[in-house]
Design a binder for this molecule. Sequence first.
Ligand code: HAM
Length: 420
Amino acid sequence: MSSAFRAPRGTFDLVPPRSEAFLAVREAMAAPLRLAGYGYVETPTFEDTGLFVRGVGESTDVVTKEMYTFTTRGGDSVTLRPEGTASVLRAALEHGLDRGPLPVKLWYSGSFYRYERPQKGRFRHFSQVGAEVLGTEDPAADAETVLLALDAYRALGLSQVRLLVNSLGSVESRPAYRAALQDYLRRLHLDAETRRRVDVNPLRVLDDKRPDLQEALTEAPLMADHLSAADRSHHDAVRELLADAGVVWEDAPRLVRGLDYYTRTTFEFVHDGLGAQSAVGGGGRYDGLSESIGGPRLPGVGWALGVDRTVLALEAEGSPLPARPGVDVFAVPLGAPARRRAFGLVAGLRQAGVGADLALDGRGLKGAMKAADRSGARYALVLGERDLAADVVQVKDLSTGEQSAVPLADVVPHLQERLT
Ligand code: HAM
């Protein structure tokens, strides 16, 4: 029976057993970052609307169509965060991290919100793990972040993730390219909406999936041909480091990302088992973002990996999803005094680091043993009145059926020993 309410459209609950896969994916994404010395950062799930308008870009789909924006009782306009980079940068500047030793390396994990049309792999509430490296232009930072994402996918056993890499040029070299692209696009027969796009955000037109438009774009000028010497050498250095590390990638000269802050390196991780929403993660460099939110010059590079889509990718590859760890010991008390004693015993086991649970609701032997089996425990602790009188508990090996009496005072170390 369900209640009168359901999870809102475009959202879903994480319940066992599938929820375990989400936890495992988050942990696998965070582990390489922790190993590389990234510090954990957590920011509020909502921010001043202006942060995203200025940071992500006024003409992006995210800002114009997808934000959950509302006015607070105090009259402020706030927005549920659609992404993490602007917030992390805001927090780093607010706490003066930019005035300490650089670079600052940070990672985060949490919920994000975009009012998109829900479909497979596209949700209104979704989960990302992200990494940001602030205060360096070194191409090694770009390459490092890419490697750390690949480490996560490898640890998860994902084998069909492809890496796409591009350079979008710098704040200085982009305007000339933008103008050349607009020139080209204005000569095409385009619908009104696309023409408007050409005016405000021509790079996004390259990303349009309509086959006839893609056809018309085959001759469009590419950023790769408009990179400055400095952009080119940065891009070459990133590619060299990736090649040295044995990374396989595809140069994707038409890769434009949906957020306006990108400069130079941009990349995306795609999985072909997912259908239209194939990007399992993406990121890049954002050397001008700090200035656009009113900060000092503070170049940065990072990524966010989608937890939800990564779980879908694991399912698409048929990888076994991680299961709940389960308990090692399950107590089966028979009668009220035994229940009281078993409760303390289980608490003691847990304190000693042994996973333990017990039958509730005064279950009889049969029902409680069934619960013990279901729990996945290796041992059942059967405690009846006669056992209590003799100060012992029956330790039953649930796989062999073997049973022996162990003094109650010794049962914690006894089980610790048997479980190692
Ligand atoms: P993004 O490409 O917008 O980048 O999102 C990163 C990942 O989040 C996507 O590749 C996808 O896996 C997941 N994602 C995005 N939207 C949805 C959705 N509606 N439903 C499910 N999953 C979704 C960013 O957010 C940038 N902040 C990444 C970044 C960090 N760039 C530099 N630093």
